[in-house]
Write a protein that binds this ligand. Structure first.
Ligand code: GLY
Length: 576
């Protein structure tokens, strides 16, 4: 007999009430979901309570996020899902990475944005030229068919309910509406492709906290997907609507591109950290390689900066902060030089993650000073809330899912699909669109990451599962562009090195360095000025920014399952 901590098992047609805060301190005993929105976490919990597994819960949560966080992720975008299943239930791999990252349309090649530049800026960030072929529906339905147990109608029901009957506006939604207002003010040509969202979903920008938001058009899309599967999206009426908005605005993506979208099933990357197995995402994610490099460096040098006694360690010790920042700089330098879609480019994964190379990076770190930019990585090239959403799930069998999905920046391309109430992504901006110019996240990337027909843009999404002695210990990931990598890692390190519980681990203030620009950013909520002073004395240029990633974290300990949603975006976990 178990205690249901939340009211999520109800199937009423009203929004499910969030749990009292006090309930979060109690570990769950059977399963948990941590996502960017309370209604989405409860959609996942509803599946677990119906007897579904972690994949059923993840798929239900994701479709629900498409409705309640339509500016971060959704059926117009793509993502990565890492699945870990203890034991071998069937002939499929029990640890798998689903890659449903969007792909470049056939008409877009390496010179596309250079040629478009004559017609003005930002074509890779806004409008029809920024859209890559969406993968989310194909990825989620593959996961459900091969790893889930429930039927499509059941897992899509909570999302359809949220779209039809509504959910309430929170601070994150209002902030996204403000961003959309700015886009419409600064780029008036985007008004034509944002009318439904602006007028109906955002109430012409007049949305207030706790107002009810509905999206009957997206409910119609989800109902079609529930009835007809991914054919409805890739070959049926939704595909037709995508092709028609692209054609109306002279975009490069065609119905043929949409119909030919294929996802990839990958073998996850694996590494280790003080006796734990780290399971993470291979290219076109850059996050997995970066995490393994950073953790490898820390494993070699942490003893020089931290007390052996865990209870006496301090996660804001300047010596620790400096070491972690220097490790980040190495990883981001290699990201800029080498990483891209390994279906098109020979990415030297083994060389970048092997222990001799990681040792050489670790040995090169000066614990007292930061170094000139070309001392990081192995070859330094000439410098030629964002959107996104993560969810973590565990079920009562120990099956775990870490899933990060995105439409890239807030509201993606700002091109909505007429009649179906969702935005198309602007993932093309994750390619190197103009060699030598940084993308919307300020990331310098190599020419290996130029667009090519069918290629996937490099991503920072880093879904990660940590296994210890064969059992899942941690499930994590984040949103936040390149800050996904550093935000996820800091939350994981807060658990693995400082023994924090998930709520403290995700709430703790964070810092970020991505090698270029050469600025060490501290969150505005970082109050320990002495650490910033100490970093400046080591030669770092420091800066401030609002949020460094939005993390969803689950930790399994002997007394149960603790889940935490990052307060930076108003999520809330659910479990039982
Ligand atoms: N669109 C953000 C990322 O994939 O890194």
């Amino acid at each position: 007999m178990f205690v249901v901590c939340l009211s999520a098992c109800t199937t009423s047609h009203t929004e499910l009430a969030p749990p009292p805060r006090a309930a979060l301190a109690q570990p769950f005993q059977n399963g948990a979901v941590a996502s960017d929105h309370p209604v989405a976490s409860q959609a996942g919990l509803e599946m677990l309570l119906l007897g579904g597994n972690a994949v059923d819960a993840a798929v239900a949560t994701s479709f629900c996020l498409s409705v309640v966080r339509p500016y971060s992720c959704g059926i117009g975008g793509g993502g990565f899902m890492l699945i870990y299943e203890p034991g071998n239930r069937h002939e499929l791999p029990s640890t798998v990475a689903l890659n449903y990252r969007e792909t470049s349309p056939v008409a877009v090649d390496r010179n596309y944005y250079v040629n478009l530049k004559n017609a003005g800026d930002k074509h890779s960030q806004f409008g029809v030229h920024s859209v890559a072929v969406p993968g989310t529906v194909r990825g989620l339905l593959y996961a459900l068919e091969y790893y889930g147990t429930l039927d499509r109608a059941t897992v899509l029901a909570p999302a359809i309910r949220a779209a039809e009957f509504g959910f309430t506006a929170d601070a994150s939604f209002l902030s996204a509406v403000a961003t959309l207002r700015t886009v419409r003010d600064e780029l008036p040509e985007m008004r034509a492709t944002t009318e439904y969202f602006w007028n109906t979903v955002c109430n012409a920008g007049e949305l207030k906290l706790s107002d009810r938001i509905t999206n009957p058009q997206q409910a119609a899309a989800l109902q079609l997907i529930a009835l007809h599967g991914d054919e409805a999206f890739y070959a049926g009426p939704i595909a037709d609507a995508i092709a028609s908005v692209m054609a109306d605005h002279n975009g490069p993506m065609t119905a043929h591109d949409v119909a030919n979208y294929s996802m990839r099933i990958e073998t996850p990357l694996r590494g280790s950290f003080f006796g734990r197995d780290i399971i993470t995402m291979p290219p076109p994610s850059s996050g997995g390689i970066a995490q393994l490099q950073i953790l490898g460096i820390l494993e070699r040098r942490l003893s020089e900066v931290l007390n052996v006694d865990v209870a006496r360690r301090n996660s804001i010790d300047p010596n620790y902060v400096h070491l972690l920042v220097e490790a980040m700089k190495h990883a981001f330098a290699d990201r800029a030089a080498y990483l891209a879609d390994d279906d098109f480019i020979d990415v030297p994964i083994e060389r970048l993650t092997n222990s001799m190379y990681v040792k050489s990076l670790a040995d090169s770190i000066d614990l007292n000073n930061t170094q000139p930019r070309f001392n990081y990585g192995s070859v330094a090239p000439a410098p030629a809330d964002s959107g996104t959403s993560h969810l973590s799930v565990i079920d009562s069998t120990g099956m775990a899912v870490a899933c990060t999905e995105t439409i890239n920046t807030i509201f993606g391309s700002c091109v909505e699909v007429p009649g179906y109430g969702f935005m198309l992504n602007n993932e093309m901006d994750d390619f190197t669109t103009i060699p030598g110019e940084p993308n919307a996240y300020g990331l310098q990337q190599s020419e290996d990451n130029l667009p090519q027909p069918g290629k996937r843009p490099l991503s920072s999404m880093s879904p990660t599962i940590v296994v210890r002695a064969g059992r899942v210990e941690l499930i994590a990931g984040a949103s936040g562009g390149p800050r996904i990598i550093t935000g996820t890692l800091q939350a994981l390190l807060n658990c693995m090195v400082f023994d924090m519980q998930p709520e403290a681990a995700v709430t703790a203030p964070r810092f970020h360095h991505q090698w270029l620009p050469e600025v060490l950013q501290f969150e505005d909520r970082w109050t320990d000025e002495h650490v910033i002073d100490a970093m400046q004395r080591r030669g770092h240029t420091t800066g401030r920014r609002d949020d460094i990633g939005v993390v969803q974290l689950i930790r399994v300990s002997t007394d149960g399952i603790r889940a935490a949603s990052d307060p930076r975006k108003g999520g809330r976990p659910a479990g039982y």
